[in-house]
Design a protein around this ligand. Structure first.
Ligand code: AMP
Ligand code: GLY
Length: 423
């Protein structure tokens, strides 16, 4: 089977690496991809915004499945264009992708279907938003959020009225978040443990994939800046079976039912960001794709007994027959190595050494999120989050010690990482 993957980050590198293990794969294409992915498939240059180019390529190469990695092309409706041409796509439609593109849309579903989430109100008017804050209906700390996608930056936790007012102003008056902040949500701050939960959905049927934990802060300090994710871990024991059932019954099923009722069934991987408190899960947000860097720790737990490509194809066709997906019982820890300065300004083009040594260590994987090759064949940095180093072990401790020992061989003075991933 010929497959085209769209994307170029660490998540897509992990996807390609996992798909490559599938016995039904014959050829793998990647667009735009990056040089580190060349040993896994053919890099092709297609303008994915041009649906004629995309369709022409898929038809000419007999692509049987297109897998879209990042959210933006999904939200822009790429899956709709391809499906209309009879091409199988692993990604939801633009209408179903509103689960990620609009927090007020998701909150509306929560209200209508009784899905547990933080108490909230939506606003487009700054004065009404401020008078709601003053009304004390939601106690401090409270959270002010831009409705649309804002690269992880559109969420502001506010401890005082002044902080809440300046967050409201930044979105509704100063328009710092552009269109994403034209509507805002003010919600209750949830206390508990945060977990990223993944399920495959084929329209109506749901199969749990598993869980991972993401580390969003740039360093070990809980007040430091938010990033796209500085590391993740995955293991069988993150949540109990009982909690998993509650998440499926109270949150995932009603959401899938809601979308089916609207005539826009959800197909793809559904990523629920949750807070689990005591025995109850609450929904923070949905994403309509694999998490990054959660995928880099979860996907290595797909064994030969569990063919990701077969599962993705059945989701795309609306024929998911698997009752369960059993990831292996190992633990994995993924450490993100970023350019010093990230999530602010940083240098690019710095030489990175030691990767061949790291890759040769059994139980250690290297996924590239932002690298390229220079003229002399050296790996050089080419982004904020640059490398994802993954360690595998029988326990979380073992996986953690594996990845951090491997990182001793990394020679890149301009890079940094957190030391507490997996703790
Ligand atoms: P979101 O983009 O909605 O996932 O928010 C980004 C991050 O902000 C989440 O991963 C949480 O760590 C935090 N966050 C968002 N909403 C809340 C909330 N209501 N209570 C506590 N933390 C939150
Ligand atoms: N790791 C969070 C995300 O992918 O949005």
């Amino acid at each position: 089977m010929k497959v085209l993957v769209i994307g170029s980050g660490g998540r897509e590198h992990a996807l390609l690496w996992t798909l490559k293990k599938s016995p039904i794969l014959t050829e793998l294409y990647i667009t735009p991809g990056r040089p580190a992915m060349e040993n896994l498939g053919v890099l092709v240059n297609i303008n994915i915004q041009n649906s004629i180019d995309m369709t022409r390529f898929c038809k000419r190469e007999n692509i049987e499945l297109v897998i879209i990695g990042p959210e933006q092309p999904i939200i822009d409706g790429l899956a709709d264009n391809l499906v209309a041409e009879g091409i199988n796509v692993f990604a939801p439609s633009q209408a179903a992708a509103k689960l990620e593109a609009s927090k007020s849309f998701t909150k509306g579903i929560c209200k209508q279907y009784g899905i547990p989430t933080a108490k909230y109100e939506c606003f487009v008017d700054e004065r009404l938003a401020k008078s709601f804050v003053r009304s004390n209906k939601i106690k401090f700390p409270l959270v002010v959020k831009a409705n649309g996608i804002a690269a992880g930056k559109g969420v502001i936790v506010c401890n005082t009225e002044n902080e809440a007012f300046s967050a409201i102003d930044s979105m509704l008056v100063e328009k710092k978040f552009g269109e994403s902040g034209e509507e805002i949500i003010i919600e209750e701050f949830l206390v508990g443990e945060e977990v990223s939960f993944f399920a495959l959905v084929d329209g109506l049927k749901v199969v749990t994939l598993g869980c991972a934990k993401d580390y969003k802060r740039v360093d070990e300090n809980n007040d430091s800046r938010n990033t796209g994710g500085m590391g993740s871990y995955s293991s069988p024991s993150i949540i109990s079976k009982d909690m998993e059932q509650k998440i499926i019954q109270r949150i995932i099923y009603p959401t899938i039912q809601a979308l089916a009722n609207m005539g826009t069934p959800y197909r793809g991987v559904l990523f629920a960001g949750l807070i689990t408190c005591k025995d109850s899960p609450k929904l923070l947000e949905y994403n309509v794709r694999f998490g990054d860097p959660e995928a880099q720790s979860m996907l290595p737990r797909f064994d030969a007994s569990c063919d990701l490509l077969e599962l993705m194809l059945s989701v795309a066709k609306g024929k998911l027959s698997a009752k369960t997906v059993e990831l292996n019982s190992k633990a994995t820890v993924c450490v993100v190595v970023a350019s010093k300065g990230y999530p602010g300004d940083y240098q690019k083009g710095e030489i990175i050494k030691g990767l061949a040594k790291i890759e040769s260590i059994p139980g250690v994987l290297v996924f590239h999120a932002g690298t390229k090759l220079d003229e002399s064949g050296n790996w050089v940095s080419d982004g904020g989050r640059v490398l994802n180093i993954v360690g595998e072990g029988n326990t979380l401790e073992e996986a953690k010690s594996k990845v951090y020992s491997a990182l001793n061989f990394l020679e890149w003075p301009g890079g940094f990482f957190r030391y507490d991933i997996g703790s």
